[in-house]
Write a protein that binds this ligand. Structure first.
Ligand code: ZN
Ligand code: ZN
Length: 435
């Protein structure tokens, strides 16, 4: 009798303990792929949220430009060390490639970018950028924190993963060069699919937006120097006026979209800078113009026409023109195209994780992202995570008043972790079906 009572007591105690453990968000038990919501609960727990916020603020205070992210990279590596995750470093100067899981195929990648922008922060707050003229105004500090959050959750459940998750911390997204260099250095070797998430003020908090197919445009820049012969502004017949040539060039460039492009195919040609001359009575020797091109298709044809229009219009006005399509070494990026199957998986995961209403069908945007290099090399999927709040308005990316809604960080971390787990699980069941 006494023994029976003791057994009953023990059993009840065990049951009570089990119940406590499974309702505690700081623990995820069992097959994580069946419970994506658990990732969100865990990511929202103070243990993970406060830690992600601390990381994000530290990076925010110490912004580093493309290929100079040495301290950011060091912070990432020390966090990966603390969680016991393996990684490769350096990849593309400051890049880090982490690995979690079995160490074997299938491999699925999650990507965060690390670089800041060369601009002054105008937000007055406790964790304002400490570096004059540099600022995280695109949320990449938040992206790093979200991917580390996912890494922490995945590492704690690495024994449940049915393959490997590759963590891509890439440099130099803003100058469109980091992803290309990481690819060249083998960051995606053996990887079958890649997912990227970008914070945005254009989507409400708690929602996420994406679409199948083209999401972001192919994007690049141009700069041209139009040279004539300067002289007295009152004796124009003795000069070759580059101001007239440049004006004509700027107007002619507008016809590339309005007259040569299918109205249903979106393209942009913007001349955003014009420099030249500094006196009222002197015609300058030359004028420099520059701007950006955006297109979902026919990007190289557009580049070629921009070059032709500039050089030939300059000739009409007796000037010469030289055109640089990679000014300051900034090459063009291809359009970001989301893989159809990955999009389906992503959408399903988002609805399970954040609720039916949480997925927003995105319209294509003429902005560019160098994630497109990854998505060109292997199937990829890019999405936007909302952080807009009606009560506290968040400025757009690349604004000096940009702020990250830190309450969105757990959503990003949970989405990263869930989509990776789900991808590996689906792959495993495909293999099982084939057997
Ligand atoms: Zn940006
Ligand atoms: Zn960005």
């Amino acid at each position: 009798m006494a023994i029976n009572n003791f057994l009953l007591f023990n059993l009840t105690l065990h049951l009570l303990l089990l119940l406590r453990v499974s309702s505690d968000p700081s623990r995820i038990t069992g097959d994580v792929s069946r419970t994506p919501k658990k990732f969100l609960e865990y990511a929202k727990s103070p243990e993970v949220l406060d830690w992600m916020v601390r990381i994000r603020r530290r990076i925010h205070e110490n912004p580093e430009l493309g290929f100079e992210e040495f301290e950011t990279s060091k912070l990432i590596r020390s966090e990966l060390d603390l969680m016991g995750a393996k990684y490769k470093y350096p990849v593309a100067v400051t890049g880090v490639v982490g690995y979690i899981g079995t160490g074997e195929a299938p491999f699925v990648a999650l990507r965060a970018d690390m670089d800041a922008l060369p601009m002054q922060e105008d937000v007055e707050w406790e964790h304002k950028s400490k570096v004059p003229g540099k600022m995280h105004a695109c949320g990449h500090d938040g992206h790093v924190a979200m991917l580390l959050g996912a890494a922490k959750m995945l590492q704690e459940h690495h024994q449940d993963l049915q393959g490997s998750v590759v963590l891509i911390f890439q440099p130099a997204e803003e100058v469109f060069a980091g992803a290309k260099k990481m690819l060249k250095e083998g960051a995606l070797n053996h990887v079958e699919a890649i997912f990227g998430i970008h914070l945005t003020n254009r989507v409400p908090f708690g929602k996420t937006a994406s679409r199948a197919g083209s999401l972001l445009a192919g994007s690049g820049f141009f700069e041209a120097v139009i040279t004539g012969k300067g002289g007295h502004a009152a004796i124009p017949q003795h000069t070759i006026d580059p101001v007239i040539a440049a004006s004509s060039v700027v107007l002619s460039l507008q016809h590339l979209v309005s007259r040569e492009t299918d109205p249903l195919d979106s393209k942009v040609v913007t001349v955003s800078k014009v420099h030249g001359g500094n006196a009222f009575n002197v015609i300058p020797d030359s004028i420099t113009i520059g701007g950006t091109l955006r297109a979902f298709s026919g990007y190289s044809k557009l580049q070629q026409r921009v070059k032709e229009v500039i050089t030939k219009q300059a000739t009409v006005h007796r000037c010469n023109a030289s055109v640089n399509l990679t000014p300051e070494g900034k090459g063009a990026v291809p359009p970001t195209v989301n893989d159809m199957n990955l999009h389906k998986q992503f959408k399903k995961m988002v609805r399970e994780l954040l609720g039916e209403e949480s997925f927003v069908e995105a319209s294509p945007v003429m902005g560019g992202e160098d994630f497109s290099y990854f998505a060109e090399a292997i199937p990829g999927h890019f999405s936007f995570l909302g952080m807009q709040d009606e009560t506290e308005s968040y400025a757009s990316g690349h604004s000096s008043l940009y702020r990250v809604n830190e309450a969105a960080l757990p959503y990003g971390a949970a989405m990263h972790a869930s989509v990776a787990v789900q991808y590996l699980k689906d792959k495993a069941s495909e293999v099982h079906d084939e057997l």
